[in-house]
Design a protein around this ligand. Structure first.
Ligand code: TEU
Ligand code: CA
Length: 554
């Protein structure tokens, strides 16, 4: 396989709003990030993905951009950005920026002009349609609840928004739009950034004629109908040819609705499109059969294993995987697949980290994951800020699928705000995140779960992540080894091997608090323990609650 720096990387994701506030307004900012860069270096990650920091009215916390070449007022200035980039590079940290170009904000000057008349030059920057039979142009539902169509009285037409009505979709079929976007990307790359994480890039090419789809429980067809559209790969190859290929970058496409077959194009090792994709199949392994994400969790380990293993096996040698449990859109993995119980929280956090970090692909660590941060104990819908949680809760409530109490239970298990509570730095006021009032409450468990305590304690989750990251640098078998799943049907154990030439790994993870019996395959008996989450090995043939062990042979 061709050596590319990002194949050996570990990426740390920062959600700037919740990472570190530097001026007491309760909102994280660029100066806060700059002050904490040493922490990321100490952890060992070499690349940072910054969620959006561009000018934005914050309808969706920066995923609605009103100026792609300016900084969000709350986050600071372009000078703050330049200072952050310079210090990051001086510390050997690369910076990957979020690129949100499926849609802009409705406050972007392009959209302001676009909606002003039917025949202005910006009209076709966005997707405008007439109503059909006195109703909406089609039956698609937005990711945040309700229709994807917003009626605009000024010109008596509807515009398409797969997300909120303040996030109108850009029209990628218009070559002038592609020119604008590619020029803007180049401007950032000239500044010296090291790549892009491309927001819902799989949705940019809309299907011909925008046809109706099968409606789901919310009454609408899924917005994901526009995934992997007819010109998707053509546009990405154009972007690659005109912009990306001129630099040495990490590019990761967030690909809602991507299939394995599609990923083989998006993330092909020939470098014609992107370095890798974020797929969603494994995030959907615990979905409710009808309500999908918006219900309590339906855990199913064999299904999770089948999905991850299929991606491991089938991309091997063809395309490159990304590896993630957490991001700013997902509940915290310890609460999801691990245990919040005091005696098991750290063990389970380390087990989950082991399971992911020993796979082939580039691992992503979302801020606080390296501490085993957990979901927030929401007690009221009023505490929720996230537009997606609120929009979908209201839609399901109005259709009689859930009452408020069920809604709160759903938020505890699922809301994106579980990931967005402030980073827990220390046991001081507001966990050291701000000297003011944080925009979202700090998780009350911060006196127990915080970075200062974990850095000082050698057996913490933080130091375990540090070790996993260091191992990836040392052992090629972790980066490149071929993957094989063992025990596919076991309801609680996730066991796999990695092999590269004479080197091999056996990864054993107990996804339960039950003791298990498990006979280690003969060829691994007596092998070196590369890393484990208990200080001493279990008696032969057994596994303790949430145990993880990696055995190494060469
Ligand atoms: O999310 C895209 C996406 O596909 C959503 O469905 C996401 O998976 C969902 O929130 C989880 O249920 C991206 C960003 O990551 C998200 O924060 C933005 O809100 C969204 O795009 C719109 O830009
Ligand atoms: Ca601030």
């Amino acid at each position: 396989m061709e050596e590319k720096w990002w194949k050996k990387s570990v990426v740390y994701q920062i959600y700037p709003r919740s990472f570190q506030d530097s001026n007491g307004d309760g909102i994280g900012d660029l100066a806060g990030i700059t002050a904490r860069l040493e922490y990321i270096r100490e952890l060992g990650a070499d690349t940072i993905w910054l969620s959006p920091i561009y000018k934005s009215p914050n309808d969706d916390n920066g995923y609605d951009i009103s100026d792609y070449q300016d900084i969000m007022t709350e986050f600071g200035s372009m000078a703050d950005f330049d200072a952050m980039l310079e210090k990051a590079h001086a510390l050997g940290l690369k910076i990957v920026m979020d690129l949100v170009v499926n849609h802009s904000s409705d406050e972007h000057r392009w959209f302001v002009k676009s909606r002003s008349s039917r025949d202005n030059p910006y009209r076709d920057y966005y997707i405008w349609r007439e109503g059909k039979n006195g109703g909406l142009p089609n039956n698609w539902g937005s990711c945040f609840g309700g229709s994807v169509w917003e009626y605009d009285g000024k010109t008596d037409m509807y515009y398409l928004h797969l997300f909120s009505k303040k996030q109108p979709d850009l029209n990628w079929d218009n070559p002038v739009v592609r020119d604008e976007i590619f020029r803007m990307m180049d401007w950032w790359l000239q500044k010296g950034i090291d790549g892009f994480r491309m927001d819902v890039i799989s949705l940019i090419s809309k299907p011909e004629g925008l046809p109706d789809g099968e409606p789901g429980p919310n009454g609408y067809a899924s917005f994901q109908l526009s995934a992997n559209g007819p010109h998707e790969h053509e546009y990405l190859r154009e972007m690659n040819r005109r912009v990306l290929s001129k630099y040495d970058l990490l590019t990761v496409g967030e690909c809602a609705g991507v299939t394995l077959e599609e990923a083989k194009s998006y993330a092909n090792l020939d470098g014609s499109e992107l370095s890798m994709v974020f797929q969603f199949e494994h995030m959907e392994a615990d979905f409710h059969p009808t309500l999908g994400r918006y219900a309590e969790q339906h855990k199913n380990l064999p299904r999770l294993k089948e999905i991850l293993s299929r991606w491991q096996r089938e991309l091997d040698g063809i395309a490159w995987n990304s590896l993630y449990w957490d991001n700013h859109d997902q509940p915290r993995v310890v609460s999801r697949y691990g245990s919040e119980k005091e005696e098991y929280r750290e063990l389970s956090a380390k087990m989950l980290a082991t399971c992911l970090h020993m796979m082939q692909g580039t691992p992503y660590v979302y801020q606080g994951e390296e501490l085993g941060m957990t979901n927030y104990p929401w007690t009221s819908i009023d505490q929720i800020n996230d537009i997606e949680s609120l929009g979908n809760y209201r839609a399901f409530r109005d259709r009689g699928y859930m009452n408020e109490e069920e809604g709160i239970r759903m938020m505890r298990a699922r809301s994106r705000d579980n990931a967005r509570t402030p980073m827990q730095w220390d046991a001081g006021p507001e966990a050291g995140f701000t000297t003011g009032t944080p925009w979202l409450p700090v998780n009350p468990n911060y006196p127990v779960i915080n970075a200062a305590e974990q850095i000082a304690r050698p057996d913490s989750v933080f130091h375990y992540y540090q070790k996993l990251i260091a191992l990836r640098r040392e052992k090629d078998v972790i980066v490149y080894g071929h993957y094989e799943l063992l025990e596919p049907e076991h309801p609680d154990l996730f066991v796999y091997t990695r092999t590269l030439g004479d080197e091999s790994l056996l990864v054993i993870c107990n996804f339960s608090e039950r003791e298990q019996t498990y006979e280690i395959p003969a060829e691994y008996r007596g092998a070196e323990i590369l890393i484990a989450n208990y200080p001493v090995p279990a008696p032969a043939g057994t596994l303790r609650p949430w145990e993880a062990t990696v055995l190494y042979r060469s």
